[in-house]
Design a protein around this ligand. Sequence first.
Ligand code: DX5
Ligand code: ZN
Length: 221
Amino acid sequence: MAFFKNIFSPSILAADHAALGEGLRTVLKYNLSWVHLDIMDGNFVPNISFGPQTVKDLRKIDGEIFFDTHLMLVRPDKFVEKFIAAGSQLVTIHVEPNYDVAGTLKKIRELGCLAGISLNPDTPAEKARALLPLVDLVLVMSVFPGFGGQAFIESAIPKIETLAKWRNGGEGNFRIQVDGGIDATTAPRCLAAGADTLVAGTAFFKAHDKPAFIAICRGEK
Ligand code: DX5
Ligand code: ZN
């Protein structure tokens, strides 16, 4: 049975975009091992965030923290190389657009990076099943991607349970990440369902007591 230590990965999407480096510095203050980078193309999702150059410049601020990179792109296959060169250590791609998902996952691993797949709230877990041997992480979206600050969608819970059941049954060896509407109420529910890697943007940057919020997201409280 797979065992993963819980990880909290704050999203700097919720930081000031004129000072993203400050957002990263805030994360670094709390000695977190991961940071979540949300990349949006204005096509797969109705919003645009930032690109490989920004990732590369963020990498100059700190060379250690793990860059958990969530690509919300219609053609992630065209960009994985650029993000890996920029310093990403995990590249997560969505299964919904029309491109060679399996081939892109293989390419990510060949380039020495961890590979993840992401499922929108209305995409069934079955869509990930055949790909499980190719991935290090499955990202269950608990909002429709595009914006921070949205409410958690309940369909994520049974999907986490299904993925955890498959993983416990020996189908792959992947983390289960949840992204969207994670706060002090939804985080424990996701962990109880079998998730081990939680992303939060709004709730992290708004939290007055960040160490307490981090502990909740790691299941330590
Ligand atoms: C949504 C992004 C999320 C987002 C989460 O498209 O993938 O990572 O930043 O934001 P919150 O925590 O505000 O829901
Ligand atoms: Zn994300």
